[in-house]
Design a binder for this molecule. Structure first.
Ligand SMILES: Nc1nc2c(ncn2[C@@H]2O[C@H](COP(=O)(O)OP(=O)(O)OP(=O)(O)O)[C@@H](O)[C@H]2O)c(=O)[nH]1
Ligand SMILES: [Mg+2]
Length: 451
C-alpha cells in the first residue's frame, strides 16, 4: 500500500451494539467532510474550534441520522499529526455504518487496517516499535501483557535499540578509521578495541532478548495434564481452575478428548489442557483421544505428570516418567488415601525430577502446584525486548555482530564492515528507520481497521 495524502475514515469502536460508536477521519479534508455531514446545534458555524467537542446532528441531506458529538483536532496536535475529526454517535450497528457511508460519500476513503497509526508513524509521531505497542496494548489480556505494552509505548524498547544503534555506529566509525588509515592505527590495536566493543554490545543485546517473557506475553504458558486413566487429572484441572470444567467420575477413561481451561498466574495467562488417560486400547475413539493427549504433551511448554499415590507404580506410569522432559513436574495425587506409591519410586526412574504431593479434593494441598506455576511465570521487570518481530531482528543483529567478530580475527576489516552494516540494518528495522513498504505492510496488516 502506498502512503497517500487523502482523507481516510473508519469505525474506531468495536463492532456490535454499544453506548457510543465513533467514526474517525484523518487527512487534509477531515474538516470539510465533517462540515458536510455534521450540523452543529446552537448556530455554531465552521471553521470549528480545534479540540472542542460540539453537539449537533449527523444528517444525510435533510434526514437526521443521529444526534451526536463531534470534535476536530487540527494538525499537528492529533493522533496522526494530520487534521483528525471524530464523531461520537449512539453505538448501534446501523447508525455507525450509515455514518461511515456518509463520510465516504462526502469525500473520505475507507481506511485500511492500521492506517491511522501508519500515518502517525510516517508523520514522525511515533517510531515503529511504539506504533506496534498501540496494537499490543489493545490486545493485552492480562496485567503483564499490558505492562509490557505500556513500556514499549513509552519508548522502552526504542530507547534501548537507539542506544545499541549509537554504540554500533561508534564501532563502525572505528572500523572505518582502521580501513582508511591503516598506517596510523595498526590493525591489531584497532581490532582489539573493536572486538571489546562488539563483545559488550552483543552481550547487552543478548541479555535484552527475553524469549521466555515474549512467549508468556504472546501465547501464555501452556501446561498439559498427563497420566494414565483415573489418576485425577480432570479433578486437578477443576481444582486449579476453581470450576467444574471437566467431567470427573470413578470410571477410567472418562475424559476422551482434550479439555482446556485458563487461569491467571503472576499476571500471565496459563492455559491448562486436561487430556484423556494414556493407555493401550483397541477402541478407535479412545485411540484418537490418546493420540491427542500425546500431541498436547508435545505442544505444551510444561507438563504435569499425574500419578495415583494410592496405587503402585504401573508400567504406563514408568514409561511416562521416562519421557518426562526438564520442564515437567511429577504430581503424586490422592494423598488422602493410604499411599502405596512414594517419591522414592519416582526417583528410581527420574532421580532429579521435581516431585509434588497433592490431593485434588483439598484446595490447600495444591499450594505447591500453584507455586510451581508461579516459578514458571516469573520474568524480569525490565522485559526489554519481548515483541516477536523485535526479537527476530535483534537475533539477526547479534548473529551479524558475531560474524563481524570472527572476521576481525582474520584481519579482514572490510568484510567486518559489511557485517556491521547488516547488524545496523537489523536494529533499524525495530524502530522502523528506513523501513520499506513491505515491512510496513507486514506490521500494519496485523492492526485493526480504525486504529
Ligand atoms: N480420594 C481421592 N480421590 C480422588 C482424588 N482425585 C481424584 N479422585 C477421584 O478419582 C477418580 C478419577 O478422577 P478423574 O479426575 O476423573 O481422573 P482422570 O485422571 O481425569 O481420569 P480419566 O479422565 O479417566 O483419564 C474420581 O472418582 C475422583 O473423584 C484425590 O485426591 N483423592
Ligand atoms: Mg479425566
Amino acid at each position: 500500500m502506498n502512503y497517500r495524502q487523502d482523507t481516510i475514515a473508519a469505525i474506531a469502536t468495536a463492532p456490535g451494539t454499544g453506548g457510543i460508536g465513533i467514526i474517525r477521519l484523518s487527512g487534509p479534508d477531515a474538516e470539510a467532510v465533517l462540515t458536510r455531514v455534521f450540523a452543529p446545534a446552537g448556530g455554531t458555524k465552521p471553521p470549528f474550534e480545534s479540540h472542542r467537542m460540539i453537539y449537533g446532528k449527523l444528517a444525510d441531506g435533510g434526514e437526521t441520522v443521529d444526534e451526536c458529538m463531534a470534535v476536530l483536532m487540527r494538525a499537528p496536535r492529533s493522533y496522526t499529526r494530520e487534521d483528525v475529526a471524530e464523531i461520537q454517535l449512539h453505538g448501534g450497528n446501523y447508525v455507525v455504518n450509515r455514518a461511515l457511508e456518509l463520510c465516504l460519500k462526502h469525500g473520505a476513503r475507507l481506511a485500511e487496517a492500521g492506517e491511522f497509526t501508519r500515518r502517525a508513524f510516517l508523520n514522525g509521531r511515533v517510531d515503529l516499535s511504539r506504533a506496534e505497542a498501540v496494537m499490543e496494548l489493545i490486545a493485552a489480556r492480562g496485567e503483564k501483557e499490558h505492562r509490557a505494552a505500556v513500556r514499549q509505548l513509552n519508548g522502552g524498547a526504542s530507547a534501548f535499540i537507539r542506544g545499541a544503534a549509537d554504540a554500533l555506529a561508534g564501532l563502525q566509525a572505528g572500523l572505518v578509521a582502521c580501513i582508511d588509515y591503516p598506517e596510523e592505527i595498526s590493525d591489531e590495536e584497532g581490532a582489539g578495541a573493536l572486538k571489546e566493543g562488539l563483545d559488550s554490545l552483543t552481550a547487552s543485546l543478548e541479555s535484552a532478548i527475553d524469549e521466555h517473557a515474549s512467549r508468556l506475553i504472546h501465547q501464555g504458558l501452556h501446561v498439559a495434564l498427563i497420566g494414565r486413566p483415573n489418576v485425577g487429572k480432570s479433578s486437578l484441572l477443576n481444582a486449579l481452575l476453581g470450576e467444574n470444567r471437566a467431567i470427573v467420575t470413578n470410571i477410567p477413561g472418562t475424559t476422551r478428548d482434550t479439555v482446556r481451561g485458563e487461569m491467571t498466574v503472576n499476571g500471565f495467562r496459563v492455559i491448562l489442557t486436561d487430556t484423556a488417560g494414556i493407555h493401550e486400547t483397541d477402541d478407535p475413539v479412545e485411540k484418537i483421544g490418546v493420540e491427542r493427549s500425546e500431541q498436547a504433551r508435545r505442544d505444551a511448554d510444561a507438563e504435569m505428570l499425574v500419578l495415583d499415590g494410592s496405587e503402585p507404580l504401573t508400567e504406563t506410569d514408568a514409561e511416562l516418567l521416562r519421557g518426562l522432559g526438564p520442564s515437567g513436574v511429577v504430581v503424586i495425587n490422592k494423598t488422602d488415601l493410604p499411599q502405596t506409591l512414594t517419591e522414592a519410586d519416582v526417583r528410581t526412574i527420574q532421580p532429579d525430577a521435581e516431585c509434588l504431593t497433592v490431593c485434588a479434593n483439598d484446595a490447600a494441598s495444591l499450594a505447591p502446584l500453584r507455586e510451581w506455576l508461579e516459578s514458571y511465570t516469573e520474568v524480569s521487570d525490565q522485559m526489554a525486548l519481548t515483541q516477536p518481530r523485535h526479537l527476530d531482528a535483534a537475533r539477526r543483529a547479534v548473529s551479524h555482530l558475531k560474524d563481524a567478530l570472527r572476521t576481525l580475527d582474520t584481519f579482514t576489516p572490510d568484510v567486518a564492515a559489511t557485517d556491521l552494516q547488516a547488524a545496523q540494518a537489523a536494529l533499524s528495522e525495530i524502530t522502523g528507520e528506513n523501513a520499506d513498504e513491505k515491512l510496513l505492510d507486514r506490521v500494519f496488516s496485523t492492526f485493526c481497521v480504525g486504529k
